[in-house]
Design a protein around this ligand. Structure first.
Ligand code: ZN
Length: 127
């Protein structure tokens, strides 16, 4: 059996420098991890690549589902976006329906625009 290509080997997750350091509780609900638009876009992009390539196979399906789940997990602070990604993942798992990439891209763009318009973090609270 040939050695696995390096990309299939488990690697330590690289930390995204833009991920917020802490989970921010919102309205009485605490996400299980910080939300990061960069990571959400990265995982949606990875899922898009996997699902729009003509390659077939169960491994691709699992990887695509995994990326959609990561995007879902990293978008918990934004309920509508989170719900849209979750619905896309569940539809794909249920019957292979491909996500509506335009809708997800629009959501991501809106979120990024909203984040850019938010006031920058107070420098005295940044460690
Ligand atoms: Zn990130």
């Amino acid at each position: 059996m040939p050695e696995q290509p390096e990309s299939l080997q488990p690697t330590l997750k690289k930390k995204c420098p833009d991920c917020p350091p802490l989970v921010v509780p919102r309205r009485g609900y605490t996400p299980t991890r910080p939300s990061c638009i960069d990571c959400v876009e990265k995982h949606l992009g990875a899922a898009l690549v996997l699902l729009t390539e003509t390659r077939e196979g169960y491994a691709y399906r699992l990887r695509a589902i995994g990326h959609l789940f990561e995007a879902e997990d990293e978008s918990q602070e934004w309920p509508e976006f989170h719900a849209a990604i979750r619905a896309a993942r569940k539809a794909y798992q249920a019957d292979g329906t491909l996500p509506d990439w335009d809708t997800l891209a629009t959501c991501a763009h809106e979120r990024r625009t909203a984040l850019a318009n938010e006031a920058p973090a107070d420098p005295t609270t940044v460690s």
